[in-house]
Design a protein around this ligand. Structure first.
Ligand code: TTP
Length: 195
């Protein structure tokens, strides 16, 4: 029998991507503190957050439930960029990313009782040069507000992206290949693997 799956997320993108793979699951948002710890690398940060999101939900259920948690951050040099809180922050972030390459780091974590595992996927994204007017107009569309790095590759900002090296689905929020590998290792079946 397949284990019950919970996606510990409020993100409509993650829900859509998991549905795309053919899983049956429910979504429960996990509210955790997202501050970066001193000395923490971007990979350690996203991995810790993905596990924490999954654990917060898993501890409310028994061992037959597998909880999937995830976190996406945009990395530019030493900066870990989250969601922009204001137009000024959006301008600061997108001015930084303009005409340059950055990394999108996504972690996925599975938790089942005491067992847990995490995978971190890194993707390099090359941006075209953006003018301040373009950035201001983009903010007005409402797209950047709930997205790490103040953009959504799957939306209007698709036109800012010249090239990516890595996983497109990981940039959107959930790496498809790695997610199916992780869930299969935790005994979760999809419409592809159910008998
Ligand atoms: C870079 C990028 C990020 N994003 C999104 C993915 C994530 O939903 C969001 C990063 O914030 P996260 O904190 O990873 O996720 P979330 O708050 O949306 O959802 P939850 O924690 O409940 O799972 O940014 C895009 O949709 N497109 C992009 O191109």
């Amino acid at each position: 029998m397949s284990n019950t799956l919970i996606l510990a997320s409020q993100s409509p993108r993650r829900k859509e991507l998991l549905e795309q793979l053919g899983y049956d699951f429910i979504c429960l948002p996990a509210d955790i503190n997202e501050s970066v710890l001193p000395q923490e690398t971007p990979e350690q940060y996203v991995a810790r957050l993905a596990i924490e999101k999954a654990r917060v939900i898993a501890k409310q259920y028994d061992e037959n439930v597998v909880v999937l948690g995830s976190d996406t951050s945009v990395i530019f040099g030493q900066h870990i960029l989250g969601k922009p809180a204001s137009l000024d922050e959006c301008i600061a972030i997108l001015t930084m990313l303009s005409g340059k390459s950055h990394q999108v780091v996504t972690a996925i974590a599975a938790v089942k009782g005491e067992r847990s595992d995490v995978i971190v996927v890194k993707t390099e994204v090359d941006f075209k040069v953006l003018t301040e007017q373009e950035i201001k107009r983009y903010w007005q569309t409402g797209e950047p507000q709930d997205k790490a790095g103040a953009y959504g590759i799957q939306g209007i900002a698709g036109q800012f992206v010249k090239q990516i090296r890595g996983s497109y689905s990981a940039v959107v929020g959930l790496p498809l290949y790695e997610t199916s590998q992780l869930l299969s290792a935790f005994g979760v079946k999809s419409s592809m693997t159910k008998d």
